[in-house]
Design a protein around this ligand. Structure first.
Ligand code: MN
Ligand code: MN
Length: 297
């Protein structure tokens, strides 16, 4: 990693951290999720960054990948558990960070479980450390709090214009001889739950990523392909298309279905735990060092 890349990773992390901390004071119960998402994405741009992906606002048993559409009526209520997962990129260099918010104190232990797992895992982000030890630490910490880690959600490497690169960092024990190398950039994201400890894809899908340039006969599809090129392979929201192109949500959904079927864009469905359960998540982006650098601290 050259010094320019490093500076951009650090700067993206600083903006992500500032926006995350702002949101902790600013978000109130009763707010529309779409108001929260638009505010935080706007703040990222004001600070000179770009959203690395749509702000994810996943409630309760939703683990990840929910972002409101433009006319979404979903509200954050005082009993809810809200995962705020946000990304910033500068010139493609991404920072990825998340925390969980609830005004209901009965969820405190669940929130602490993923937070403490993240803290313990970051201490291990040193050159030569086995990835399997990080995963085991996350699993043990969450279980110590009396919850289950979500087994099929993972931390990940981060590259330029690539949000999820190798290695994968599972939140449960796994077999691997992979050892971290100095200057590797990884996002660690423990998920804790009182549900099954495994997520499934929901029907609903609001986030996508451009995959392959192919032709489509759908005229709205062609407009969407043009429009999303500026995201350079990073994820985008249906909402961004609704706002950016003057096309009805109905036509956009139809065109998106066509683009997914033709393998032109990749869908990221909402990921859901057991109905009625709760999920918490905390995430930081880390540069592997003897003294690990948390870019999103
Ligand atoms: Mn991530
Ligand atoms: Mn994230």
């Amino acid at each position: 990693m050259d010094s320019e890349a490093r500076e951009k990773f650090i700067q993206a992390g600083k903006i992500a951290s500032e926006v995350r901390e702002f949101s902790k004071d600013w978000i109130k119960d009763g707010m529309l999720l779409v108001e929260i998402a638009e505010k935080l994405e706007g703040l990222i741009r004001e600070k000179g960054g770009h959203p690395g992906f749509p702000v994810n606002l996943s409630l309760n048993s939703q683990a990840a990948h929910y972002t409101p559409s433009r006319n979404d009526k979903s509200i954050f209520n005082s009993k809810d558990v809200l995962k705020v997962d946000l990304g910033v990129h500068i010139d493609g260099y991404v920072a990825d960070t998340a925390y969980t918010l609830s005004f209901d104190n009965s969820h405190k232990k669940l929130l602490d479980a993923s937070k403490e797992a993240l803290r313990a895992a970051i201490e291990l982000c040193k050159p030569g450390q086995k990835l399997s030890n990080i995963s085991a630490t996350i699993e043990d910490t969450i279980k110590h709090y009396g919850y289950k880690p979500v087994a099929n959600l993972s931390g990940h490497g981060v590259g330029r214009y690539v949000l999820h690169s190798d290695p994968q960092i599972p939140n449960v024990r796994f077999r691997s001889n992979y050892k971290l190398e100095e200057d590797e950039i990884i996002a660690i994201e423990p998920f804790a739950t009182d549900g099954n400890g495994a997520i499934k894809d929901a029907e609903e899908c609001l986030i996508f990523r451009f995959k392959d340039l192919r032709t489509t006969r759908n005229p709205e599809g062609r407009k969407i392909i043009d429009f999303v090129q500026s995201y350079g392979g990073l994820p985008f929201a249906q909402r961004w298309i609704e706002t950016g192109l003057n096309i009805s949500e109905f036509k956009i959904r139809f065109a998106i279905r066509d683009l997914v079927m033709n393998d032109i864009i990749k869908p990221y469905p909402v990921l859901i735990e057991k109905p009625g359960s709760f999920v918490s998540q905390h995430e930081h982006t880390v540069i592997v060092k003897d003294d690990p650098i948390v870019t999103t601290l």
